[in-house]
Design a protein around this ligand. Sequence first.
Ligand SMILES: Cc1ncc(COP(=O)(O)O)c(C=O)c1O
Length: 401
Amino acid sequence: MSRPADPPDLARWRADTPGCERRIHLNSAGASLVPRPVRAAIDAHLDLEDEIGGYEAGEARPEALERVGEDVGRVVGAARRNIAFSQNSTTAFAQALGAFDFAAGDVILTSRADYASNQIMYLSLARRLGVEIVRAPDLPEGGIDPQAVREIVRRRPPTLVAVTWIPTNSGLVQAVAPIGAVCRAADVPYLVDGCQAVGQMPIDAPAIGCDYLSATSRKFLRGPRGIGFLYVADHALAAGAHPLLVDMHGATWTDPDRFELTPDARRFESWEIAYALVLGLGAAAAYALEVGLETARERSWALAAYARERLTEVPGVRVLDRGAERCAIVTAELAGRAAAEIKLALRARGINTSSPARDDAVIDMDAKGASSAIRISPHYYNSAAEIDTAVESLGDLLGSR
Ligand SMILES: Cc1ncc(COP(=O)(O)O)c(C=O)c1O
């Protein structure tokens, strides 16, 4: 069994993460623990707002806000001009969907593993506008089949291809780059939900070939809750893409009957935004770049692989993960027990996990015959000893030890 050794930087990462002292936090797919510089950036800005006023504080730090855009851009391999801040990943995704004038009979091509809120948005577009939703089949090992996407696009070009890179469940890493190549070759717009991927692994959004990539701050990027962002590719900006309901920050009202779009991705933003959280997101991006996104991937994936191995030793536990390549999200069914109950019992022992239910991933859960799962999502600052403690506690709770 490959038990990941503690790397030399682990002590420093943990010292920067006060929450580590008190709990075993294995819920980065929910919200990771924030490192000290993130909290400090938020506090400093709230202090400034207290002192000089909210609008005044926002205007006092234009370079700091600019730097956030640059650092967030670097996390996804993009420039400042390609980044729009949003309240969360879902609003970023919705803003991108709002850039398309869908009509009855238009097709959205997606995956079986797309995030629940995204599936509901597609269904809402189907209900309101008559859009047709096509879900490409999976590969035998799990995850959307890029060859099947190619065939579907060839037979009936969709208005949009939308794919969740790392779904909320199942350890899957979907093949977003090969699908991007299909979309670019056929000139079909492509929206990627990068919410769970950002901060977990290196990302080069232009190389994926997507028009949009949505993300949140609080998960593997280790930023605060309540803030996210949207990457918008240069070719989408050049084509004049903008959200249906663009506001006075995304555009300028130039004449009674005219408006002009903001030249860069900021046309997808709202005027009002929590500047303290934007600065917290920037500190998280800078911290992630300093740790290294390759380091984050290697270490979090190795800890997750170790958790999967250890879970198979616990009688009655069924690991549900699929895919040729498995990420830092581990899901397992628990001997017929409700995962929400076990999650709370683990929490009472100081161990944080989460418990996706069927309606978090209807297609995936039904295919596996599971009604709930425990989700363990380590990050680079966790240790193998923490995984051992969590799995042993789980075994105790299931009465198998
Ligand atoms: C794959 C995926 N996409 C999108 C979201 C939604 O993110 P947010 O809550 O920031 O809107 C989540 C949240 O768990 C997710 O797992």
